[in-house]
Design a protein around this ligand. Sequence first.
Ligand SMILES: [Fe+2]
Ligand SMILES: [Fe+2]
Length: 220
Amino acid sequence: MRLIEELEREHARIDRVVGSMRTWADRAVAGDAPAADGGKFMRFFEVYAGGLHHEREETVLFPTTWNDLGLKADTPPIVVCIDDHHELAALLQCMKSLLEKKALATAELREVQQLAIRYSHILWAHMDAENSVLFPEIELRLRHAGIRELPSRPMTADEESAAALGDLLIERYPPSDDGTIVRGEGCAMCPAYLAACSGIEREWWNEWEWEELDEHVAAS
Ligand SMILES: [Fe+2]
Ligand SMILES: [Fe+2]
């Protein structure tokens, strides 16, 4: 399905730019990178991650779950994803406000660095959950419902230039990994699991789907 493929491709770029922002933040605190480059990351995340990517998730992909698939609106896991988008936008706004200052003190750069760390942890876990659980589950259900495509749209000129800027930043600041977190697939890796969300099976599966699972387990 084209829209989901596009969203996954966008995840791949966003994932690397998040790692690149972490590299920049570390270097900026060490005095090895201009603080002004922080504004370039803000532009990428605002226009490409927020404007293009989250916008299409929220206006096209997520509504299809209650409009076409008969799942309940305003419930997990979708509501958890939308809350993440809001938290990410708020963190971005905090970083942006700090980075708009003409000159940043080291303490302020450290604050940006801490915000970047928080931002990366939320966004990486969010994309891992979407890639490994939410997107495949929605795609399968759409296929069963006979829906082969969802509306998409080409990038605007502004989004194209934000994408190019992201690629440039990846080159300038090779993405860092974070050894303090474990990333992986499935509900069990999602920070919301058993807190804000009971997991895809308990939230979405119907009686018939659970019965099929028993058959699969018995057959294995
Ligand atoms: Fe999302
Ligand atoms: Fe996403």
